[in-house]
Ligand binder design. Structure first.
Ligand code: ACO
Length: 365
């Protein structure tokens, strides 16, 4: 435990989030599909979600600027920029490069990382390995998603689950015994069909009747089952690798996909509610952004004490899974704050999805 092969662990020195202002409540959804606030709250724990009026990179940009300010770093200090997203603005060039340009960084390596909702935990592992090898090269990991862009608002089983948002973290070398202590990642590809957009990418028939049609395919019960099993195993494995017990963990920041998944996971681990961070009620599932948003809010709420041992765990399309244990440093306050904001918008959640609803209602099956 402590150092990896004599190399420094990475510590998170800056954190930030960006939630677009437009709120879509369960009651709003109930006006456009056959659902209810009662059903959604009871089955998922979600009460509302945010709908973005800007692209993924813009959400990531604001979260990244806030994280850099919290770390007391300039954009140009960053040597590696990882954008974790399953909803990038562009595929060519990668969206990380767009983010790098907008940040004003001129030299960092930049790449997109798509591991679905597990993206940030994968990014954290890459950041830790990079810092171990290149301690003078800080890493910026951004989880940014505009998942509502994918949604068919006539499909009540998927449309109620997701929201937009971004979170970011700056990684730098930790003091001995602190920072990322252990990680454990994996992917159960055989079960991957349970969650996919099967007809988007080069598999699309570009010359067919309607190349803009694609669908989020989803087996909710299967994902639920796999998520609890996969995240529990990832937690148990990473704890064993770190030679720690559940009792040693001060705070769990789990991926926020469904409150019942979080509760089933923490029951299985024997973890009491007071040590589990949840914000799913306000934001729904923001995929790779859930953990950096959760970490930022946990810090804002004073739930991360100096020296705290934190377990982060996620599960997502692939089906990927991952867990990480880190020991927080002495500083739980941002070094400075950043006034960066999204471009102003007076559009409402229902207003932002109106065009998509119209499209899906009129689209031939
Ligand atoms: N409103 C009202 N009724 C609904 C809705 C809705 N929004 N959605 C489904 N129902 C109905 C179904 O049609 C079904 O009706 P029926 O019994 O007449 O057939 C009934 O509710 C029960 O459906 P189930 O699928 O059994 O409901 P369940 O309790 O499993 O909850 C859910 C469904 C919320 C999708 C759950 O399975 C889930 O959260 N799965 C994981 C999803 C997930 O996490 N996705 C994110 C991507 S992966 C990740 O991030 C981990």
């Amino acid at each position: 435990m402590g150092y990896y092969r004599g190399m420094p662990n990475a510590q998170i020195t800056g954190w930030g989030k960006c939630l677009p202002p437009a709120v879509l409540t369960n009651d709003d959804l109930a006006t456009v599909m056959d659902t209810s606030d009662e059903w959604i709250v009871e089955r998922t724990g979600i009460r509302e979600r945010r709908i973005s009026h800007v692209d993924t990179s813009e959400l990531g940009l604001v979260a990244a600027k806030r994280a850099l300010a919290a770390a007391g770093r300039d954009a140009d200090d960053i040597g590696l920029l990882i954008l974790c997203s399953a909803s990038p603005d562009l595929l060519i060039p990668n969206t990380a490069s767009r983010l790098q340009e907008r940040l004003g960084n001129k030299q960092a390596a930049a790449f997109d990382l798509n591991s679905g909702c597990t993206g940030f935990v994968y990014g954290l592992k890459v950041a830790n390995d990079h810092i171990g090898n290149y301690p003078d090269s800080p890493v910026l990991v951004v989880g940014a998603e505009r998942l509502t862009w994918y949604l068919d608002w006539t499909q009540r089983d998927t449309a109620v689950l997701f929201g937009d948002g971004a979170g970011a973290a700056v990684f730098e070398p930790a003091e001995p015994g602190q920072g990322v202590i252990e990680t454990h990642l994996g992917c159960e590809a055989a079960a991957g069909k349970a969650l996919m957009v099967a007809d988007f990418g080069t598999v699309m028939n570009r010359f067919g009747p309607d190349p803009t049609r694609f669908e989020l395919m989803f087996d909710g019960r299967e994902i639920f089952r796999q998520a609890v099993k996969g995240m529990a195993l990832a937690c148990q494995t990473v704890l064993a690798k770190a030679e720690l017990e559940v009792a040693d963990i001060d705070l769990v920041i789990p991926h926020q996909a469904n409150e019942r998944i979080i509760d089933a996971l923490t029951n299985r681990l024997g973890m009491d509610d007071a040590r589990v961070f949840k914000n799913i009620a306000q934001y729904g599932n923001t995929s790779s952004a859930t953990i950096p948003i959760g970490l930022t809010e946990a810090l804002e709420q004073g739930r991360v004490q100096p020296g705290a041992t934190i377990l982060m765990v996620a599960f997502g399309a692939g089906l990927t899974w991952g867990a990480a244990i880190m020991r927080w440093g002495d500083r739980t306050e941002a070094l400075s704050t950043c006034i960066a904001e999204l471009p102003p918008s007076n559009r409402t959640g229902p207003g932002l999805i109106a065009e998509a609803i119209e499209f899906f209602r009129n689209a031939p099956n």
